[in-house]
Design a protein around this ligand. Structure first.
Ligand code: ISL
Ligand code: CA
Length: 533
């Protein structure tokens, strides 16, 4: 029971993991061929970003058929083989469940364009106002307004994300029944659970205009509302028939709201991805970057550790820039990469490692818009242009925040194509693959990869690290110290988040050091990290 409290979960972004048939696009046979890599790392489950049929406006987060595999990624047989082959290695498969919206290519949506069809109310359709304005003043997640006119139905439909991602209408009970069937379909195939995309915005209480805000005007009408809790409890009944696991991606949640979504007594989700710790390098919204503030980051992590019994721990995913240049240091690439690994694997909760994190992959090295694929970046560039932001500044904003930073192909080797593909990849390989790649790190016992394996094994064998209580001991703008404790056994983790020397009052026997230190007198070098007994 609760296997997910002891496991490390690895996120795969299928399009960028491993191409097996030379079309430049990662695929399921490619993933199967790399399962040994994941087994070696010691992961207990894989979260697969969407592999369903999709026109790829948002790389699979726009699903056109929940029961088909995107042909670019393989066949249903390939998927079934992946589930089997992973199981042989004691690795579970977690699917991405995107049910806030579907692609406008989905059969339901195409039918819904006809007002007399049985699918007419599967989406939010509204007339514009008599003065010609949109049905309400809401703004969407990708920076634009969120209504699109459909000439066939002569109405607007709601889309909180891209134009081709239409929001499903959960006021219509048939929609939830459809979703339950989709869950059963996949659970019967043997998947272990779901990562639930933007799950706390499912229920739109009303479609009235909202209070004007810098971003997401209207969100008070759908963020973490009771209607969503009700939906989750119903889905949970289905999930419980199969003992399935869920982690919800929950945007803009407070600890209190998160507890209501994943508290053990709530019978909703098992855990949630919160976002607050990802906001310590921004003003208000992610497009306005500021210098990373370590103290705010530590305080935020400690707060979530204190407020929730169990957290989903992550520093990277397919929507965020890479963690080393963000929270660590490019200059101290290896040291800070190892320090961040220590943080991710010693907090209380389930660690999620995003592909490439385990070898210290960095942000893309593109220099112009044309090299990007991300629909969000393209929308935002359009909005910035509308506000007459000059090109150089537009690029600066986008380069630092684009989701494509984390989506460049996995760097297996230092060759052209990085061992990901032998042809032109769908998104450019980072030129630093000559320095940063798995092949090189595999032969180096001092590499970031070796360090991840070592810490994963340490965690696997340590009840204190897996289940122990968390107590923060020191947090300033440089040093973060905390203790994990269980049944009288304690480990102290000491992290120097800076290129300058630092000090701490902690002493102890060194269990792990990212710089090969054998004894510890409280002095820390740049980006030094130790676990003390
Ligand atoms: O990317 C973001 C922050 O950098 C968010 O605004 C993101 O869009 C939000 O977290 C929702 O993400 C999820 O749903 C989106 C999809 O584009 C993302 O890839 C997915 O993780 C719509 O399905
Ligand atoms: Ca392929």
């Amino acid at each position: 029971m609760e296997w997910w409290k002891d496991a490390i979960i690895y996120q795969i972004y299928p399009r960028s993991f491993q191409d097996s048939n030379g079309d430049g696009i990662g695929d399921i046979p490619g993933i199967i061929s790399r399962l040994d890599h994941l087994q070696e790392l010691g992961v207990g489950a894989i979260w697969l970003s969407p592999v369903y049929k999709s026109p790829n406006a948002d790389n699979g987060y726009d699903i056109s058929d929940y029961r088909e595999i995107n042909p670019e990624y393989g066949t249903m047989e390939d998927m079934e083989r992946l589930i089997r082959e992973a199981k042989n290695r004691n690795i579970r498969i977690i699917m991405d469940l995107v049910i806030n919206h579907t692609s406008t290519d989905h059969y339901w949506f195409r039918q819904s364009r006809d007002r007399t069809s049985e699918y007419a109310d599967y989406y939010y359709w509204r007339h514009g106002n008599p003065d010609g304005s949109l049905p309400n003043n809401w703004t969407g997640f990708f920076g634009e307004d969120c209504w699109e006119f459909d000439p066939q139905r002569c109405e607007y439909y709601l889309h909180l994300f891209a134009k081709s991602q239409a929001d499903l209408n959960y006021h219509n009970p048939a929609v939830l029944e459809e979703v339950k069937d989709i869950l059963r379909f996949w659970l019967r195939k043997g998947v272990a659970g779901f990562r639930c995309d933007v799950i706390n915005i499912l229920w739109k209480e009303s479609l009235e205009s909202g209070k004007k805000k810098l971003a997401l005007t209207g969100s008070e009408h759908y963020l973490s509302l009771e209607g969503t809790h009700e939906i989750l409890r119903q889905l949970r009944e289905v999930l419980d028939e199969y003992g399935a696991f869920t982690v919800g991606e929950t945007v803009f949640v407070t600890p209190r709201q998160a507890r209501d979504l994943c508290g053990a007594d709530r019978k909703e989700l098992d855990m949630v991805f919160s976002f607050e710790h990802m906001e310590c390098d921004q003003y208000f919204i992610k497009w306005f970057k500021r210098k990373f503030r370590p103290k705010a980051f530590f305080d935020c992590l400690s707060k979530w550790q204190r407020e929730l019994d169990w957290n989903a721990i992550y520093l990277e995913n397919h929507d965020q820039p890479r963690s080393i240049p963000r929270f660590g240091s490019a200059e101290y690439w290896k040291e800070s990469g190892k320090l961040l690994a220590m943080l991710a694997l010693t907090l209380r909760g389930t660690p999620f490692i995003y592909q490439g994190q385990e070898i210290g992959m960095m942000n893309f090295d593109f220099d112009r818009m044309r090299q990007l694929n991300d629909v969000e970046s393209k929308n935002v560039e359009r909005v910035l242009r509308r506000f007459h932001i000059p090109r150089r500044l537009r690029w600066k904003i986008i380069a630092r925040t684009s989701r494509d930073n984390a989506r460049t192909p996995f760097q297996w080797t230092g060759e052209r194509g990085a061992g990901f593909t032998d042809t032109r990849p769908w998104l450019g390989v980072n030129h630093n693959c000559e320095q940063i790649n798995l092949a090189q790190q595999e032969t180096d016992p001092d590499s970031i990869w070796s360090w991840y394996k070592d810490l994963a094994a340490l965690r696997g064998g340590s009840e204190v690290l897996r289940r122990g209580a968390f107590t923060p001991l020191e947090a300033n703008n440089q040093v973060f110290v905390y203790r994990r404790e269980l049944n009288g056994e304690a480990l102290t983790i000491v992290l120097n988040f800076s290129g300058k020397p630092a000090q701490t009052a902690q002493r102890g026997r060194v269990l792990r050091s990212n710089v090969g230190r054998e004894s510890f007198d409280g002095q820390l070098g740049p980006w030094e990290a130790v676990i003390l007994e």
